[in-house]
Design a protein around this ligand. Structure first.
Ligand code: SF4
Length: 413
């Protein structure tokens, strides 16, 4: 359980106004002092994350957040981080303290509804008093059934554990595996994984490690190689492989060396399907060849790392986008959870493989862009589009018929 990456765990976010009992509930549910508890408002400043086993469902990530109505000088920034945490939620636990009901709760419910975030309201600190009658009425009108809980009483907690487990078992999105529908036992798969100066020392990056592990689990035969050695690797095989997978940056060269009849895709495209909506990324990527002078392009990475000379996000991708379109572009960058809430005005957004995000957060980013009519591709689909290879890297997928439909992104119509 401890080794399940956070990106593979449903995210449960505790939210509510200051001193609603979020941190005490977090500690009671995780059965340890994960969050600092005090009567002073604003004790929790940044979101606190803790992985735990939610029986009988399995591993989840609990996220305790700062209070929504924090009027301190840093309150605005804290609220911003709380909203970012909510973007990743598979389930929101909204804590409503005794006798309290107001704008904070109403706005949060309205936003969750608009963004399709499932909410379970909790009348918290039930040992201290009952709920405000208008809270009961308004929640009932929205068909929400709150639970009364107290971090000091086991009865409410047990009911909450059961209710959340039922929700997760019924509604948590089923996790695909990277190679689902692509590889069978006994298949031969070639992995082209050049390790340039941007690669971490002494280990593989997560997408490569996960694919290699799945090939072992599926009892497929893996042959790993650098780009330059691909022709030799293919020559030494008695029959062609069932699949070639490569790093997106090596795609042009790998496509030249891989015979036309051999299915070819990239790790980044695999992760676009695993974490998000691949058809949406494929549509967004087509805009990468239709950029005009001075267009704004956002490049988003889900984790922070020190950019190198060969950096894909800062150096290569901007260069390829400008060369392919023959124009100068204005690039913007964001990292981690800092994806813009309103991307309107961008001509294109390009997301990394997002291997550290959970699917809920990546899909919400796709929805935000769709709403703002901003085409969003990911590194894999955009690089393939720039090289004229989008159809080829999508063809191996069982759902390729839908993926290959050419729907022009709205922003460019
Ligand atoms: S989160 Fe994005 S930038 Fe970070 S390793 Fe994964 S794909 Fe690369």
């Amino acid at each position: 359980m401890q080794h399940t990456p956070n990106s593979m765990r449903p995210h449960i976010v505790l939210t509510g106004r200051c001193n609603a009992g979020k941190s005490a509930l977090m500690n009671a549910l995780t059965r340890r002092e994960t969050s600092l508890v005090a009567d002073t408002p604003g004790t929790t400043t940044d979101p606190v994350r803790r992985g735990m086993e939610w029986r009988p469902f399995g591993p989840v990530l609990m996220i305790d957040t700062a209070g929504l109505e924090d009027n301190s000088p840093l309150g605005g920034k804290r609220a911003g981080r709380t909203w970012k945490a909510l973007e990743s939620a598979d389930l929101v636990l909204l804590l409503i303290p005794p006798g309290v009901w107001g704008r904070a709760e109403q706005d949060l419910l309205a936003t969750c509804r608009r963004r399709g975030l499932p909410v379970l309201p909790l009348f918290s600190q039930a040992d201290r008093g009952g709920p405000d009658p208008s809270a009961v009425g308004e929640l009932a009108a929205q068909c929400l059934q709150p639970l009364a809980v107290s971090s000091r009483r086991p009865e409410g907690l047990e009911k909450l554990r059961q209710e959340v487990a039922d929700f997760l078992l019924a509604r948590a999105p089923r996790q695909l595996s990277p190679l689902e529908g692509l590889v069978q036992a006994g298949d031969r798969v070639v992995l082209v994984m050049p390790q340039d100066s941007a690669a971490p020392a002494g280990r593989l990056i997560m997408p490569q490690a996960r694919v290699l592990r799945e090939l072992l689990d599926r009892r497929a035969l893996a042959l790993s190689t650098d780009t330059a050695d691909l022709p030799a690797a293919l020559d030494c095989m008695r029959e062609p492989p069932q699949l070639v997978l490569c790093d997106s940056q090596a795609l042009a060269s790998v496509a030249r060396d891989t015979p036309a009849g051999v299915p070819l895709s990239t790790f980044s495209v695999l992760f676009a399907r695993l974490q998000g909506d691949l058809a949406g990324f494929a549509r967004g990527a087509r805009a990468a060849r239709r950029l005009r002078e001075g267009d704004r392009v956002l490049i988003a990475e889900a984790c922070a790392h020190h950019p190198t000379e060969e950096d894909i996000a800062r150096v290569k991708l901007p260069r390829w986008l400008e060369e392919c379109n023959g124009v100068r572009l204005r690039f913007e960058h964001c990292r981690g959870h800092d994806f813009p809430a309103d991307p309107a005005g961008l001509a294109l957004a390009v997301h990394c493989g997002a291997c550290t995000l959970n699917p809920a957060e990546l899909r919400r980013r796709q929805a935000i862009c769709e709403e703002a009519r901003v085409p969003l591709g990911n590194f894999g689909t955009v690089i393939a589009a720039l090289h004229g290879l989008l159809e080829r890297v999508l063809a191996p997928f069982p759902e390729s018929g839908t993926l290959l439909e050419d729907q022009v992104p709205q922003a460019l119509v």
